[in-house]
Design a protein around this ligand. Structure first.
Ligand code: 5GP
Ligand code: MG
Length: 184
């Protein structure tokens, strides 16, 4: 089979689509084992997690409810502004529910910690976090995700839902862009 052509802006593919899908299948089994038949209320952090969640959701066997919130801290930059802005309050009641917070990537941890602390105030029965990617060396806050797809090095990545200035979300792999793209 012909090798898929690399996007011209990509310097390096960190994770191929095949590897990502295989890991998500395993991750779904880990999550299923943790909750068994209990209903899980998934709160997903848009926009970055939408591709990951789409692949994960249909592999979860237990009953689920789905809601979302929108968070932004980057804009057209590759480092967090440190100010996390969230839009869209979730709609579902979380009291006494098993809540699973799903995000694309855990970097400094500021975003997920802020959201997690807000969800915790709703008194869920349990509150766990799941991220596709984790950059453990970048952590600034005390947050250990319960479910992790991949630990990755400290590189700014795009694709599989992750963006740079809202572009590249549609790349099927996780990739590092050429430095000139950031400088442009
Ligand atoms: P944190 O608050 O943990 O520093 O950053 C979390 C958010 O920043 C993530 O949900 C994601 O939207 C964005 N982010 C962090 N690292 C990366 C990265 O390498 N690539 C992209 N595209 N976004 C990132
Ligand atoms: Mg995000």
């Amino acid at each position: 089979m012909a090798k898929p052509r690399l996007h011209p802006d990509v310097a390096e593919v960190l994770l191929t689509e095949r590897r990502i899908h295989r890991r998500i299948a395993t991750l779904a089994r880990e999550i299923a084992k943790c909750y068994s038949d209990k209903e899980v209320t998934i709160i997903t952090v848009l926009n970055g997690s939408m591709v990951f969640l789409g692949e994960l959701l249909h592999r979860l066997p237990m009953p689920t409810r789905l809601d979302s919130i929108v968070a932004r801290s980057y804009g057209a930059r590759t480092t967090s502004s440190g100010r996390v802005r969230t839009r869209c309050q979730w709609q579902l009641s979380l009291k006494d529910k098993h809540v699973l917070l799903v995000d694309d990537i855990l970097d400094t941890g500021q975003t997920l910690k802020m959201i997690r602390d807000r969800l915790r105030r709703e008194c869920p029965a349990s509150l766990r976090t799941c991220v596709l990617l984790n950059k453990p060396t970048r952590r600034e806050v005390d947050l250990q995700p319960d479910f992790v797809g991949f630990n990755i090095p400290d590189k700014f990545v795009v694709g599989y839902g992750l963006d740079f200035a809202e572009r590249y979300r549609n790349l099927p792999c996780i990739a590092v862009l050429k430095p000139e793209i950031y400088r442009a």
